[in-house]
Ligand binder design. Sequence first.
Ligand SMILES: Cc1cc2nc3c(=O)[nH]c(=O)nc-3n(C[C@H](O)[C@H](O)[C@H](O)COP(=O)(O)OP(=O)(O)OC[C@H]3O[C@@H](n4cnc5c(N)ncnc54)[C@H](O)[C@@H]3O)c2cc1C
Length: 495
Amino acid sequence: MSTYNDARLRQVNDRPEQFAGRYVLYWSQMYRRLSHNHALDYALSRAVALNRPLVVYEGLRLDYPWASARHHQFILQGMADNAGRARAIGINYWPFVETPDNRAAGLLRKLAADACLIVTDDFPAFIAPRQTAAVALRSPARVVAVDGNSIVPLCLLGPAVSAAAHLRPRIHKAFTEAWQHRACAEPVFSKVTSGTIDPPFTLWAPANIEEFVAGLPIDQSVRPVAELTGGATAARTKLDVFRKERLRGYAEKRSAPCPPEEGHSSELSAHLHYGHVSIEEIIARVLGRWSPDKLNLACRGKREGYYSDDLDVNSFLDEAITWRDVGFQWHWHRAADTRSLESALPTWAMKTLDAHAADRREHLYALEQFESADTHDSLWNAAQTELVKTGRVQNYLRMLWGKKILEWTESPGEAYRIMVHLNNKYAVDGRDPNSYTGILWCFGLFDRPWAPERPVYGTVRYMSSDNTGRKFKLAGYLEYVRGLSGPGTGRKSLF
Ligand SMILES: Cc1cc2nc3c(=O)[nH]c(=O)nc-3n(C[C@H](O)[C@H](O)[C@H](O)COP(=O)(O)OP(=O)(O)OC[C@H]3O[C@@H](n4cnc5c(N)ncnc54)[C@H](O)[C@@H]3O)c2cc1C
């Protein structure tokens, strides 16, 4: 019998389920959590049908792009959390962490050989699509990728859009039904699905994560962020703080650059990116006591008023649902073609940037100068410093940060490479669909032409530090960045 959530399933190879297999394998590639997880639910339902134990495999290699102490520590904190949770509910959770003496090569193939079925996350960006395809090619068992990316399954959102305004009405229309088919908050395991299976490798055992990470051959210059802890428990705590202390005022103040304790945004993007918390759980907690009969149908398709008449709640949901989905849906349809601006941008944007490619740049910087926050612009330097030291930048400044790299680089193509590199190297939420679409927005994606035509930008929307200074009070923010401790950008005097 087919169900609504079958829309989330994509069979990646044409192999059958292997009845001789010993277990059903959930390869937790991107959505690294043990609840509110559509892929886990599907794997569990197949384990029940096949009368086999479920194995949850979560791996961490040394060689992923931009591998660093910062990303590693955040992921490992999540794995330690999952290990504790798995022990409590009594399931086969197999964490593997690669070290120079304990290599990952061939491991998934070994796990696949004994599996009836492999289930994984259908994440549409970074290395996930390639990894899934490679495993599917070699696995004797069926591989099914599950789209647990958003509330509405991405394949139900229609053709690719060129603006958030086009996607919003489709999400609004599909929301009620999708909401009724959310993933399980507490998946139920039975004696069979929890039946013990011996792993073919030594399971990673969390000890002192910081010390362990410090000994690995990864980029140690990108330091872990002390204030940022990975894992479902930390994500839920952050969500609670957001609901109780920061949500009030979100609509008006979320963009204002300020010290974190005065901020109104959720700071959940890194947790969302690594799947430590699901978007469904976030939205459910923010809505509180709510049911779809509260939807205001008169506001369907509009930015304001549809989910709630509370301005802050509605504004948060529009970012976390519409804007987040815009990035995922774009990747879904383009098979993550983010290699160059030519392949990613709408024609009008590429044309106008090309027409201004040879314009004289008033300031020109190389990657090293950007990276060490060594430009003439103190606000830009502050944003870059915040990124390097804390792994995040507020949304409004992030837009300015990107726009200025476009303006101060030899060509748009070079600016794109620099932005992708710096964002994905330092931002803990980097390497996400929204990393690429956020960056590409700076070049005109999901936007429209803006007059007047300017040097370098052409008709791509322009932003300036002076205007930002007029729009927001920046003294507190600049003071906060000046006070950030930890390894610096390499620049002697900041700003
Ligand atoms: C140059 C540039 C680079 C970006 N890189 C990333 C990135 O690497 N990873 C990433 O997740 N986002 C990225 N964004 C989008 C946005 O800046 C972040 O999602 C947001 O700032 C995260 O902070 P928050 O969790 O406190 O957001 P909140 O305001 O609390 O919003 C809640 C959630 O909604 C989603 N969201 C909010 N704003 C946006 C937006 N403008 N676009 C898409 N989704 C949004 C995020 O999932 C976010 O966690 C980028 C934007 C720009 C302009």
